[in-house]
Ligand binder design. Structure first.
Ligand SMILES: Cc1ncc(COP(=O)(O)O)c(C=O)c1O
Length: 385
């Protein structure tokens, strides 16, 4: 086996979850998904497709009608995106891996804004690339980008800049001005941007049915060195379906089709039909979901912030509260104690990088916000408050 594969760290979130294995009394907020099931109108589309016998291989780049629908969807949120620039993938994580495979190889430098969902930084390592980490910094509970530090880190030697905003786990979101500066800088250095925008719709500062976090697709030219990775998982409650997509410059589409052939060959047709239904219902469904998540956020955050010794900022996007408790510097040990002693399942900050040691991530996406209140009670009792 290659050394880098043997040395890949296991998931520390799973490590905490395993500590609670077999215990039905644990309130689990550790994984990045809602406890709400995928809406009926999406599930029914997949069932219909299976009934119709759509059980065969599909086109590498996705069904033409889904690529068209994604082009219309992206265009309704951002600048227009030609369907020829879209590749349907088997999940967001698959989309990100394909993007990295296309751009970074052995010895290449990838600059990543961290802390971040660990899959993003493991992918270049699997491919033999080197990762330079540029840390966000906590200021009074909120995480901020040191733009100067990022610009200094991205040089003509940097193949890829990897940035996830709204960010998992911190909730940090890029501003339009920061995006413009970063894009202009990467144009000068010739660096590709891989933008992970899977949480773009889970944005609480926006308004209207098509509210969306600032995206690189609002400002980039079609042939800029930019790949944007997306997923159906978060905006449509479809984590288990494994469906995502990429927006790439047209010159890369054919190569992306080849890479998909060698990775998964295609996304399943019945899952793509579900994706088509999701997009058709997006304007009716997504605003309600965002409203429910906002209720969850506004239930959890003030209660956490009110606990003495707890530091947390209200996130603009995503579905996570990221917080720190004074005196609890070993997040893995603390998260395990919370599971075994308090029945509260959270993700340890260190799972997202050493920069986030001492922090905890709480996924607040729940159809029953009162469960969040129950969780805060458990935390309070564990802290002896
Ligand atoms: C930042 C980020 N990107 C991408 C993904 C991938 O989502 P999926 O593979 O379910 O589409 C996740 C999932 O948690 C994520 O947090």
């Amino acid at each position: 086996m290659r050394q880098v594969i043997a040395e890949l760290p296991g998931s520390k979130i799973r490590e905490v979850a395993n500590a609670g294995l077999g215990r039905s009394d644990v309130l689990p907020f550790w994984f990045g998904e809602s406890d709400e099931v995928t809406p009926d109108f999406i599930r029914e589309a997949a069932v219909r497709s299976l009934h119709d016998g759509e059980t065969f291989y599909a086109h590498n780049l996705g069904m033409p009608e889904l690529r068209e629908a994604l082009s219309a969807y992206a265009g309704s949120l951002h600048r227009s995106v030609d369907a020829g620039r879209i590749a349907v993938t088997s999940s967001g994580v698959n989309a990100l891996m394909l993007a990295m495979q296309a751009l970074a190889g052995a010895g290449d430098e990838v600059v990543a804004v961290v802390p971040v969902w660990p899959n993003l930084t493991s992918q270049p390592v699997i491919l033999g690339a080197r990762v330079t980490r540029v840390p966000l910094r906590p200021q009074g509970g909120a995480w901020k980008l040191d733009l100067e530090a990022l610009l200094a880190a991205v040089t003509p030697q940097s193949k890829v800049l990897l940035v996830n905003a709204p960010n998992n786990p911190t909730g940090w979101t890029l501003s339009r001005a920061e995006q413009e500066t970063i894009l202009a800088h990467c144009q000068r250095t010739g660096t590709w941007i891989i933008a992970d925008e899977v949480y773009e719709r889970l944005y609480f500062a926006g308004e209207g049915a098509r509210s969306c976090a600032p995206s690189f697709l609002d400002i980039a030219e079609p042939d800029d060195r930019l790949i944007v990775a997306h997923s159906f998982s978060k905006s449509f409650l479809m984590t288990g379906w494994r469906l995502g997509w990429l927006v790439v410059p047209a010159a890369l589409t054919e190569a992306m089709g080849k890479l998909i052939e060698f990775n998964t060959s295609c996304a399943p047709t019945f899952v793509q039909r579900a994706g088509l239904a999701a997009l058709a219902g997006a304007d009716d469904f997504v605003p309600g979901l965002v409203q429910r998540l906002k209720t969850c956020r506004d239930t959890l955050l003030p209660q956490l912030a009110a606990l003495p010794g707890v530091h947390v900022a209200v996130p603009d996007g995503g579905m996570y509260a990221f917080f720190r408790v004074d005196g609890q510097d070993d997040s893995l040990a603390f998260a395990k104690r919370l599971v075994t002693e308090a029945g509260l399942g959270l993700a340890p900050g260190v799972a997202f990088g050493a920069e986030a040691e001492g922090w905890l991530r709480w996924c607040f996406a729940s159809k029953q916000p009162e469960r969040l209140t129950e969780g805060v009670g458990r935390l309070r009792r564990q802290l002896g408050l």
